[in-house]
Design a protein. Structure first.
Length: 417
């Protein structure tokens, strides 16, 4: 019985190869069933994200060849395609890797929380497909518990380390309730999309997306249930915005001081929080001179991110200590399984002896023999027969000079030295 984690990730494989080896949600159930259909692999789960594809499995042999070959064949790749791009971790290392992945310690962004949900989803798919058993069930439940403990006991996930996350995190510090604010997003690229998703996670109800291409803005707002406008409409809508986040590819500012002044008058000088994530800047620097505007640039956020990354690295050191301890606990449990067949066999033997002697005692009682003598005979026969095989083995160990077996017997039966 061997645990194995085999895969590739953003550190070992280029994006083109990761794309080839990615599994869609629709593919996963059939893929994981295919993986366990042969004689070598007994349990399996496949984790597939944009940054990694990993297989966690229990197999009868320790060599990774069956899993490696299956992965290559499933991806219809030439024999050498995965050489140097995969890693195979067995036993304790596989357990440690699972714990580190779920806790965000192996992610491109240290401490990112999304991977835990992706692991839970991967395990759920495999469990429903019937490809997990006692070992993987225990491994993944322990993994989720460790990740939760790390989130609770360290600060690994409390600080923003992406520009989009930092922007929303800063807004949360200024406005106690983001869901009551109107947000204007200028641009519709990847950064703005990430900001929008973070805002939705914080239950912001009213988001306006302004973009040069109204069609691109509408594509984003359809996903988020928000409102799309053109850049030309910004002066007429700006006064509605409590929060403005801008990130376009424009070479000239989108918002000037005069436009913002006009919006502030219509707002009766209620404060506006503005974040300019663009380089070159989308918001004129002079806007920062206005009394009722709090303007932050991408440089301001980068300073926050740098400090937060240092904080996460410190937290990661504590997280690794938690993982080391939990790996030991899991491996103790797993190694204890090796003794289960022996324990079961011992109990079966004792039960057989008990049934034989009980039947003999009942026969003697039915024949009218003295109950006290029957009990004495029962106890004596049970102890004698139980001790017979160990006594013979110990006698032979003495003759052969096998001190280790004698010492083990003393420990096993808790005998005085």
């Amino acid at each position: 019985m061997h645990l194995l984690a085999l895969g590739l990730n953003h550190r070992t494989a280029p994006v083109a190869l990761r794309e080839q080896m990615a599994f869609s949600p629709e593919q996963l159930p059939d893929a994981v069933r295919s993986l366990v259909s042969g004689p070598d692999i007994a349990e399996a789960t496949i984790l597939s994200t944009c940054n990694r594809t990993e297989i966690y499995c229990r197999q009868e042999q320790s060599a990774p060849a069956p899993v490696f070959n299956w992965l290559r064949d499933y991806g219809e790749l030439p024999e050498e395609a995965l050489d140097g791009s995969t890693y195979a971790l067995g036993g304790e290392q596989a357990v440690q890797h699972a714990f580190r992945v779920a806790s965000g310690l192996d992610s491109m962004v240290l401490g990112e929380p999304q991977i835990l949900g992706q692991m839970k989803s991967a395990f759920s798919v495999a469990h429903q497909a019937g490809t997990t058993g006692k070992i993987l069930n225990r491994l993944f439940q322990h993994t989720f518990s460790v990740a939760k403990q790390i989130r609770t006991d360290t600060t690994i996930g409390t600080s923003a380390v992406s520009v989009a996350f930092a922007a929303v995190d800063l807004a949360k510090r200024i406005f106690s309730q983001l869901n009551e604010q109107t947000v204007l997003l200028i641009g519709a690229g990847e950064t703005i999309e990430l900001v929008a998703r973070h805002l939705k996670q914080n239950e912001v109800r009213h988001i306006i997306v302004a973009n040069r291409s109204i069609e691109r803005a509408q594509m984003l707002t359809e996903q988020l249930g928000s409102e799309a406008v053109s850049l030309a409409e910004i002066p007429a809508r700006l006064h509605q915005a409590d929060i403005v986040v801008a990130s376009t590819a424009s070479t000239l500012p989108i918002l000037g001081k005069g436009t913002v002044e006009s919006a502030l008058r219509r707002r009766r000088h209620r404060p506006m929080f503005m974040i300019d994530l663009a380089v070159p800047r989308d918001i004129e620097p002079q806007v920062d001179e206005l009394d009722d505007v709090f303007l932050y640039t991408v440089d301001d956020l980068q300073n926050v991110i740098a400090a937060n990354q240092a904080s996460r690295r410190e937290a990661a050191v504590e997280a690794e200590k938690i993982i080391d301890l939990q790996v030991l606990r899991f491996m103790h449990w797993m190694r204890s399984l090796d003794s289960v067949p022996t324990i079961r066999s011992l109990r079966d033997r004792v039960e057989t002896l008990r049934e034989i002697e009980m039947a003999d005692a009942q026969r003697r009682l039915a024949n009218g023999e003295d109950p006290e003598q029957v009990l004495e005979h029962l106890a004596r026969n049970l102890s004698r027969k139980f001790a017979h095989a160990p006594s013979q083995a110990l006698k032979q160990a003495g003759q052969e000079g096998n001190a280790h077996l004698i010492s083990t017997a003393r420990r096993l039966f808790k005998l005085a030295p």
